[in-house]
Ligand binder design. Structure first.
Ligand code: NAD
Length: 506
């Protein structure tokens, strides 16, 4: 069964999804959606007004009050059906992602698979929501705890994973009995509608999964709306900080995941071929537009010269082109972003870094003026250069050379971001020391992109996450539910009498 047209024939207008159906809303605000491989405008997307958001949240609110009363086994059966549909439509969803994001098809399919893992985790919600019970906590008194859904929760997601990042949150939120309003990135909005159709096909009641498309106007209304009880945000650090501060000031619980600057430390004993493979895969996969991409390789001398040589050898062999065809790396998301990333390479060169591999004028097989930048390798990058201090979010690897493990650790820990990091070594003691001492949320030991499995939680430290609870895993279950503790006593005549003292545990 095909639920959506092939990616090449997506509708001209990407709508909202409200009360279980497409919804156009306010016709006065629209945005362009590009095909980044050709540089052409492919379609347009509705931008919600505040009134559109209010309508969507009202529908979600009605649905939430019914859905929380639906039995766990019924809710879970919808999750299982959604899981099956997602697996069947994985390639179709990947094609939609590639058409608007640009990443190569295999990478897009990988993104869907990682989202699917969270759906599978959420299928275990009956177990995850089990409360606790203490019999006889005091004489004839029992105590139990239970967790309940919050109501309507908002998910606001970035462009770089239009399917996976929303799926870090909504399967768990829905399985726990909430209704979700998703505000996807306006740059690649179509995947959200395919996901909405899959939910409908799986039997999810109308309004439990809602999509509002748009920009800051939609986000701001969600942040202040009294019926939105929680906000899960993923995006750049300045917006994550703004979302955290604004939504918490409106009384909501918030998890806001921000940007990153991920370091890969290579110790002198590491296998340099494997380290070079890892640096290339983690630096240039998805054109560097991953929050877990490696952007700084920290070479502990004397490995610098040899490591740079081996990374350069591999980087120059990568094929850049239209992600729908056979290639290693697709375009960047917009022309403006491509130009911004290239300007960091210019600035690094001007500040004295050595451009070892220059991707500023890449050769591609694509038709038109796609937003391409080839893999770029800078050596002798210094910590004060903007190419090091800023999150670049493109296919640019910077090599910083240091003299010792301690210098490498100090560099990583001085960075304001703390999303992911990796160490490459065959020395177990050094690796163990690193995992203990480094101030970063997700650590890879000979693993360059250490994205936790769905049953662990995903999240960084410092400016990479605002809030307390990370995404998915048991943190996700806690985030989307709130706890009650019940103290009960079944009365008999011996319990009578007046006693104004504070209850004790007799
Ligand atoms: P972005 O911050 O520009 O946008 C994210 C979302 O916020 C989008 O839905 C967008 O419409 C909305 N938004 C943008 N500007 C806003 C504003 N001023 N007010 C209110 N809402 C606004 O991020 P992006 O460019 O879409 O995504 C790339 C960024 O996301 C990178 O910084 C990357 O590191 C980060 N990211 C982080 C993680 C993580 O887990 N920490 C994962 C993926 C991406």
């Amino acid at each position: 069964m095909t639920l959506a047209p092939p990616a090449g024939a997506l509708p001209d207008l990407v709508t909202h999804w409200v009360d279980g159906a497409p919804h156009e809303g306010d016709a006065s605000r629209r945005g362009d959606v590009y095909d980044p491989a050709t540089g052409a405008v492919a379609r347009s997307v509705c931008f919600a007004s505040a009134a559109d958001v209010d309508l969507a949240v009202a529908g979600a609110s009605r649905a939430a009050s019914q859905w929380r009363e639906t039995s766990l086994s019924r809710r879970t059966s919808v999750l299982f059906a959604f899981r099956e549909l997602l697996a069947v439509h994985r390639d179709e969803l990947a094609a939609v992602i590639t058409a608007e994001h640009g990443k190569v098809l295999s990478d897009a399919a990988g993104e869907v698979s990682r989202g699917l893992e969270v759906v599978e985790f959420a299928c275990g919600m009956p177990h995850l929501l089990k409360g606790s019970f203490t019999e006889g906590a005091s004489t004839n008194v029992d105590v139990s705890s239970l967790r309940q859904p919050l109501g309507v929760v908002a998910v606001i997601s970035p462009f770089n994973f239009p399917a996976m990042v929303p799926m870090w949150f909504f399967p768990i939120a829905i399985a726990a009995g909430n209704a979700v309003v998703l505000k996807p990135s306006e740059k690649d909005p179509s995947a959200s509608l395919l996901l909405a159709r899959l939910w409908a096909e799986a039997g999810l009641p109308d309004g439990v999964f809602t999509v509002v498309q748009g920009d800051k106007v939609a986000v701001d209304r969600l942040l202040e709306h009294p019926d939105v009880k929680a906000v899960s945000f993923v995006g750049s650090t300045p917006v994550a900080r703004y979302v955290y501060e604004t939504a918490t000031s409106h009384g909501k619980r918030v998890q806001a995941l921000g940007g990153a600057k991920n370091h890969m430390v290579v110790l002198p004993d590491a296998d340099l071929d494997l380290a070079a493979d890892a640096a290339v895969n983690a630096g240039f996969g998805s054109a560097g537009e991953r929050c877990m991409a490696v952007s700084a390789v920290v070479a502990v001398e004397p490995v610098g010269d040899e490591l740079v040589r081996r990374i350069a050898e591999r980087a120059t062999g990568l094929v850049v082109g239209d992600g729908r065809r056979s290639c290693d790396m697709g375009p960047l998301i917009t022309g403006a972003h491509r130009d911004k990333v290239a300007s960091y390479v210019d600035a690094g060169e001007a500040a004295g870094a050595t451009v070892v591999v220059d991707g500023r004028t890449p050769e591609t097989d694509a038709e038109g003026e796609g937003f391409f930048l080839g893999p770029t390798l800078l050596d002798h990058v210094e910590p004060a250069m903007s190419v090091y201090t800023d999150e670049i979010f493109g296919p640019v690897l910077s090599v910083v050379r240091v003299g010792s493990y301690d210098e490498a650790l100090a560099l990583v820990n001085a960075n304001p971001y703390g999303n992911g990091t990796a160490i490459f070594t065959n020395d177990g003691g050094a690796a163990r020391r690193f995992q203990h001492e480094v101030e970063v949320g997700m650590i890879g030991i000979n693993v360059p992109v250490p994205v936790p499995m769905a049953y662990y939680s995903f999240g960084g430290w410092k400016s990479s996450l605002f809030g307390d609870l990370h995404a998915h895993g048991t943190d996700g279950v806690q985030f989307f539910t709130r706890a009650k503790v019940v103290t009960s006593r079944w009365l008999d005549p011996s319990h009578g009498g007046i006693d104004l003292g504070f209850p004790t545990n007799a």
